[in-house]
Design a protein around this ligand. Structure first.
Ligand SMILES: N[C@@H](CCC(=O)N[C@@H](CS)C(=O)NCC(=O)O)C(=O)O
Length: 202
């Protein structure tokens, strides 16, 4: 069975739980606190969450976990086939959610919560704040007033909306009305509500 290790309420783990709920897959959710115990570092030396275990598979990187689950337990309409015109867009936005947007959010969080006062607004932080605003504009442009990022609901929406949640929730930064409305719409999905309840439980 799939086991997902996450911090209580961790938003990147939420995306993996959400996908399991959308696909109707059984999973176990294990919560760990921060700093993580040595026993956890023994299997995940980065100490980050989420971490996915499934038989012989043991991987970090939440979007790799999304792609693994959709491919291993699909086919699912959430990850269109390679021959589908939506395939490239879904991959693009799933990778963008972490490689560009989420990684930048982590840098801003580290500066916000951990940097000495003199460094909290240094050149790199200011540059990353601009890059994050550009990422938000890019997402809104890709959405282009539609309900979803790539036609029907897909992994792209799970990945991007949860990254928007990390940005807004951890940094207390505003989103545009269109992006807030996008997140609100997705949060009405029954599978999202089940995932949120499981992720919130201690
Ligand atoms: N790109 C990674 C980012 C993982 C990440 O930064 N996770 C955070 C929690 S959301 C974390 O574990 N922070 C504590 C740490 O890295 O020690 C992913 O998508 O899984």
């Amino acid at each position: 069975m799939i086991t997902i290790t996450n911090f209580p309420r961790g938003a990147r783990g939420l995306r993996v739980v959400w996908l399991c709920e959308e696909m109707g897959l059984p999973y176990r959710l294990e919560k760990i606190g921060y700093p993580v115990p040595d026993s956890y570092r023994a299997k995940n030396p980065l100490g980050s969450v989420p971490f996915l275990e499934d038989g012989d598979v043991a991987i970090n990187e939440s979007v790799a976990q999304l792609l693994y689950i959709a491919s291993r337990y699909g086919p699912t309409p959430l990850l269109p086939a390679a021959s589908d015109p939506r395939f490239a867009r879904v991959l693009q936005m799933v990778v963008f959610s972490e490689a560009t947007f989420g990684a930048g959010t982590n840098t801003l969080m580290a500066a916000h919560f951990g940097a000495p006062d003199a460094d909290k607004q240094n050149w790199s932080v200011r540059m990353q704040e601009q890059a994050s605003l550009q990422a938000l504009a890019f997402i809104e442009a890709k959405l282009a007033g539609a309900d979803h990022l790539a036609g029907d609901f897909s992994l792209a929406d799970i990945a991007i909306s949860t990254s928007l949640g990390v940005y807004k929730g951890a940094l207390q930064k505003p989103l545009t009305p269109a992006l807030d409305a996008y997140r609100d719409r997705l949060s009405q999905r029954p599978a999202y509500k089940r995932a949120l309840a499981a992720n919130t439980q201690t």
